[in-house]
Structures are given as C-alpha cells and as structure tokens.
Design a protein around this ligand. Structure first.
Ligand SMILES: NC(=O)c1ccc[n+]([C@@H]2O[C@H](COP(=O)([O-])OP(=O)(O)OC[C@H]3O[C@@H](n4cnc5c(N)ncnc54)[C@H](O)[C@@H]3O)[C@@H](O)[C@H]2O)c1
Ligand SMILES: CC(C)[C@H](C(=O)O)[C@@H](O)C(=O)O
Ligand SMILES: [Mg+2]
Length: 360
C-alpha cells in the first residue's frame, strides 16, 4: 500500500456533482486495482457556497485545497447567480481559487478518439490524427486586470484592462516549450500582435525563449486565423500556447473536434506537481439534474491528476484505456451519440468505465 495522498473534491453546481460522482467511482476502483490510497475531503465552492456560506470561495475550502496534494473540481455557475454582483458570482470564486493556488498553467488536451469521428460536426477526414494540447495562461490578462464602470461622454462605460508582464509570459511559454519537446516538437504561439500591445510583448518573449529549444518548431498564429485553422487543419497542431481569454475560447472550439465539450479534460498547474483538475465544460444548466451529462471529461481529468500530480502512470493509462474501450464498444452519452435514442446515462457511462478498469 502506498502513502496516503489527499485529494480535495469540489462538486460545485449544475452537472458538477453528477460528473464528479462518476470520477469518484473511478478513483475508488483505481485505488483498489492499483493499491493506491487516497483520502478525499469534500469542500463547498461556487453557487452552492454562495447559497450556504455567502461567498463563492469560503476560506475553509481554500484551506482544504491548500492542504491537499490535488483538487478535483466539477463545475460552477448557473442562471441563479448570473445577476449577482461580481463578488457573489461563482465564476469569481473560480478565478479566485486559480489565483490563490498559483495555477498559472492550464493544460487542455484535445484528442480525437477514432470511433468518435462521427460525433464531431467536422468531416472525419479533417479530424484524422488530431491530438493537440492547448496551454492556456490562467492567472493573468484581461480576466485579472482592473475593471471599472464610469460615466463617459456618451453615458455609462465599462473598462476591462489586459495586462501581462514578462515574468508571467515567460513561465507559461517555457512550460509550453517543455511540453512540446515531450510531444511532437511543434509549438503554435497564438496572439493578436497586429493589434494588442500585450500580444506584442507575448511574441517578443516567445522569440527570446525559442533559441533555448532549437528542436521545437515555432509558428506564430494570429488568434482569428488560429480559430479558422483549427477547423481547417486541426491535425497539424501539436501544442498551442496562448493567453487567458484566447485559450478559453480556442479550447471550447477544440472541444468540438473531439465530438463534445463533455470529452475535454484539463489540468491547472503551477511550478510543481500540485494541480487542480476539472473538465473544460461548465455547469450545463440546460441538462443539469437529468443524469445525462457526459462524465468522461471529469474522468479523464482524474487520469491527468494521476499522471501529473502523483506520477501514477499505470492508473492514468488504465483510465484512458478504459474510456477508449467503452467508446470503442459503442457506448455513448447523448452529447456524443449519433442515435440519441440509444444514449446511456451519466452513471451508466461511469459504471462501464469502472468495469473496464476492474477487468483489465
Ligand atoms: N470551470 C467551470 O466551472 C466553468 C466552465 C465553463 C462555464 N462555466 C459556467 O457554467 C455555466 C454554463 O455555461 P455555458 O452554458 O456557457 O457552458 P457549458 O459548458 O456549461 O455548456 C455549454 C453546452 O455544452 C453542453 N455540455 C457541457 N458539458 C457537458 C457534458 N459534460 N455533457 C454533455 N453536454 C455538456 C451543455 O449542455 C450546453 O449545451 C455558466 O454559469 C458558466 O459561467 C463554468
Ligand atoms: C467560468 C469561467 C470563468 C471559466 C473561464 O473563462 O476560465 C470557464 O469558461 C473555463 O473555461 O474554465
Ligand atoms: Mg471556458
């Protein structure tokens, strides 16, 4: 039996608790199969924390996360809190936890499973071989710059400020080069350097660091062009590194290459092995409570946790293989089902993945 590791579990809102429950089943199965020992501690966060504690990110939730080795998060947000003031929004809690835990690097792999090519809105031949990683800067840029409302010449105005310093760009770009070096040695740096000063700084930093990684081929792509190229030639991308907001948008776009945003996992990391793992999708209020959400993004996020925080490659690979096996066998939640009448539920998908892990 290995040393007990601690995982903070945050279910959140909407489909968050539904998909996290399935990931916890997988956690339990992998503990038993591989002999790992985890202590999980649940914490309140997001809209439910606003309702129960008057703040989206209670101090004790942050403490539970800080004292853990990793965090598993579902999703937060929903219409109930959409008209709240900024401080009382679930999304403010999400930005707060990322900042407080120093998670500046958000890794969002988008891999097209062969058997799911028919689930995407794109032609199968365009998707062939698509396996990319969006490396999104997560604690800077327009998300965190000063915001204000004021009276201007034409009445009320709103201001969002986008700021990046060299240190913030260097650390994420370095991580992206390192990741590209372990993959196919291709890095696309995405910016809007034809317009934005922050993007010109970003590009200067990439060009300054590039000679340290001569084996990595660097391509600068303007973000509007990148949005288009992702649909035109997705398989040509390996690692995409970009700032916070561009990464948010491009990763949702990349999700559709895989068939559904319900397939896209993510890891939010700092300098070390500590990480927060969550699906790329949100709380999906339109399907919450129906038991039909796809839990695979959250389950694959758990696999990323095993790999990146704990170095348990056997369990990570077993989860990924189990997901592939279940999909190959034709099982689909409704978001990836071509014939929706045959779609299975969230918990059926979780159970099938657990069964595949146990029998492997
Ligand atoms: N990390 C997070 O917690 C996070 C991420 C994105 C959005 N949000 C929040 O979630 C709320 C809803 O946002 P949205 O509707 O723009 O995005 P969303 O990702 O929640 O949903 C977009 C669409 O994708 C579908 N979808 C998402 N996840 C799915 C899954 N696992 N299985 C099947 N279908 C799935 C939804 O049903 C919806 O039609 C908002 O409050 C937003 O702020 C939170
Ligand atoms: C909910 C929102 C604040 C968040 C973001 O924009 O970072 C989400 O869209 C994501 O992709 O994690
Ligand atoms: Mg997003």
């Amino acid at each position: 039996m290995s040393e007990v590791k601690k995982i903070a579990v945050i279910a959140g809102d909407g489909i968050g608790p539904e998909v996290v429950a399935e990931a916890e089943k997988v956690l339990k199965a992998t503990e038993e199969v591989f002999g790992y020992a985890f202590k999980t501690e649940h914490a309140l966060f997001g809209g439910i924390a606003i309702d129960e504690r008057g703040t989206p990110l209670p101090e004790d939730t942050l403490e539970i996360c800080r004292s853990a080795d990793a965090v598993l998060l579902g999703a937060v947000g929903g219409p109930k809190w959409d008209n709240n003031s900024k401080e009382l929004r679930p999304e403010t809690g999400l930005l707060g936890i990322r900042k407080a835990l120093g998670l500046f690097s958000n890794l969002r792999p988008a891999v097209v499973f062969d058997c799911l090519k028919d689930a995407s809105t794109l032609k199968p031949e365009v998707l062939e071989g698509t396996d990319l990683m969006v490396v999104r800067e997560l604690t800077g840029g327009i998300y965190f710059g000063d915001k204000l409302r004021r009276q201007g010449e034409h009445g009320e105005e709103a201001v969002d400020t986008c700021v990046y310093n060299v240190m913030e760009v260097e650390r994420i770009v370095r991580q992206a080069f390192e990741i590209a070096g372990k993959r196919r040695n291709k890095l696309a740096s995405v910016d809007k350097a034809n317009v934005l000063e922050t993007s010109r700084l970003w590009r200067e930093v990439v060009n300054k660091i590039a000679p340290e990684y001569p084996e990595v081929e660097v391509e600068h792509v303007l973000v509007d062009n990148c949005a288009m190229q992702l649909l035109r030639r997705p398989a040509s991308f390996d690692v995409i590194v970009t700032e916070n907001m561009f990464g948010d948008i491009l990763s949702d776009e990349a999700a559709m290459l895989t068939g559904s945003i319900g397939m896209l996992a993510s890891a939010s990391m700092g300098d070390g092995n500590y990480g927060l793992y969550e699906p790329v999708h949100g709380s999906a209020p339109d399907i919450a409570g129906q038991g039909i959400a796809n839990p695979i993004a959250t389950i694959l996020s758990l696999a990323l946790m095993y790999r990146l925080t704990f170095g348990y490659e056997d369990a990570a690979a077993a989860i990924e293989a189990a997901v592939a096996e279940v999909l190959d066998a034709g099982h689909r939640t409704s978001d990836i089902a071509v014939d929706k009448s045959k779609a299975i539920s969230t918990s059926e998908m979780g159970d099938l993945i657990v069964a595949a892990i146990r029998k492997a």
